[in-house]
Design a protein around this ligand. Structure first.
Ligand SMILES: [Zn+2]
Length: 59
């Protein structure tokens, strides 16, 4: 099961969307910004099928 969440690119400030697997309590992955193509490290915390927090850092 996944849930989509919005994040702000730490490089260019554009808003992007990622799909987070809410069965995983803590996860960290790298995604590329669709606008500036730079790597962004996403850290997501989930519980009970919901995203509790999402953090986007330069990857
Ligand atoms: Zn960007």
């Amino acid at each position: 099961m996944g849930d989509s969440a919005e994040f702000q690119c730490p490089w260019c400030g554009q808003t992007g969307t990622v799909v987070v697997d809410t069965n995983i309590p803590f996860q960290r992955f790298i995604t590329d910004c669709e606008v500036c193509c730079r790597p962004i490290e996403i850290r997501a915390e989930s519980a009970d099928g919901e995203i509790l927090s999402l953090d986007a850092q330069p990857g």
